[in-house]
Write a protein that binds this ligand. Structure first.
Ligand code: PLP
Length: 370
């Protein structure tokens, strides 16, 4: 009954640790890719009011006008680029946006360039659609090797996906990375998909987005991380009107629309200033980096809420097993990568948990290297 394609797909390594977490008493949980704060009260109130007022039906597939306009205002304010209403849609999370984008552009055998370590969905979605994920390593510093990108382009290359700030590394692309990728995409007339779901969580200096540098570009953004709305399933896509129109058509046959009451809440959320939350996460980033920098090879994350330490020797999957046996939940890097040398820490948790986890991981690394 089950297709070969689906049978070949392993279930997510993150979910496995997530399920394990439920069984361990008082774990130090560094596995979760969602903020430890809750949805802002104002947004909750608007959602509740919307439900009470009967905004519980399907909305138009592309999303309510108020939210689409608000997203465009936000993109103009933060990226300096003005778009038309025909160039924006509301999706069921960035996950939904990614799915629709790839469905819209890929024919069997088409290639998509992604960077290793990669956000898990990219590789699997491309393969599910009978495309080929062309994986380019960015180890050890996570910078983009532009010559490798140039060499990887073929007549079948349909898109390049970038993700800054990145999951799982927290790496924020430097201006040279972004400009280099844009140059290559332009030269070969390839769609650039930029997943900017962590755009609020940037700790050192400016966030450089390719938006405004190139027209054949699809921006995917969302509400899951900035407003802790992971369960509300809300995101947006902004890009060329022919691509957006195709994505809307495909949304009609799949997700239908993003959750209605939460679209209203997202309009209110976009007015909020979340700076104090981001400042708190910068302190968490500093705490965990200072705590672990001597025990592992670490590229200091400039954004998101992840760190991707490399072991000085040995296999990360072995070290992760040892950590989990000691009640510290981390994710083996090979979930996000073709190599088994690193692991992912999510520091979206309480300061006390970070302090406790740092001590245990330091101790375990000494035992493991010995
Ligand atoms: N893109 C990246 C890089 C992510 O880390 C995540 C969630 O972890 C997503 C997309 C999916 O987000 P959403 O909850 O909006 O579907």
């Amino acid at each position: 009954m089950i297709s070969r394609r689906s049978q070949q797909l392993e279930s997510s390594g993150i979910r496995k640790v997530f399920e394990l977490a439920a069984k361990i008493e008082n774990p130090v949980n560094f596995s979760i890719g969602q903020p430890d704060f809750d949805v802002p009260e104002v947004a909750k109130e608007v959602a509740i009011e919307a439900i009470r007022k009967g905004m519980n039906r399907y909305t138009v597939t592309q999303g309510i006008d108020e939210l689409r306009q608000k997203v465009l205002d936000y993109v103009l304010r933060t990226r300096g680029k003005s778009y038309q209403m025909s160039e924006v849609m509301i999706t069921s999370g960035v996950s939904g946006g990614l799915m629709l984008a790839l469905l819209s552009i890929l024919d069997p055998g088409d290639e998509v360039i992604i960077f290793d370590p990669y956000f898990v969905m990219y590789k699997h979605l491309v393969h599910l659609l009978d495309g080929k994920a062309v994986i380019i390593s960015t180890y050890p510093d996570f910078r983009v090797p532009l010559t490798d990108v140039e060499n990887a382009i073929t007549s079948k290359t349909k898109a390049i996906i970038i993700n800054s700030p990145s999951n799982p590394t927290g790496y924020v692309y430097a201006r040279e990375d972004i400009e280099g990728i844009v140059r290559i995409a332009k030269k070969h007339d390839i769609l650039l998909i930029t997943d900017e779901i962590y755009d609020g969580f940037v700790y050192d200096g400016d966030f450089v987005s390719p938006v405004g540098m190139y027209d054949k570009l699809l921006l995917l953004g969302g509400f899951s991380k900035t407003y802790a709305m992971t369960g509300w399933r809300l995101g947006y896509a902004v890009g060329p009107s022919d691509l957006i129109a195709t994505m809307i058509k495909l949304q009609q046959y799949s997700f239908v629309c993003a959750p209605a009451p939460f679209q209203y809440a997202a309009v209110a959320a976009l007015d909020l200033d979340m700076t104090s939350y981001f400042d708190a996460y910068k302190r968490k980033r500093d705490m965990i980096y200072e705590g672990l920098k001597d025990s592992f090879h670490i590229v200091k994350p400039g954004g998101a809420f992840y760190m991707f330490p490399g072991l000085k020797k040995g296999k990360a999957s072995e070290f992760v097993e040892m950590a989990i046996a000691n009640k510290v939940l981390i994710i083996p890097g090979n979930v996000f990568s073709e190599q088994d040398t690193h692991f992912r820490i999510s520091f979206a948790t309480k300061d006390e948990t970070i302090a406790k986890g740092v001590e245990i991981l330091k101790r375990l690394s000494e035992a493991y290297y010995a």
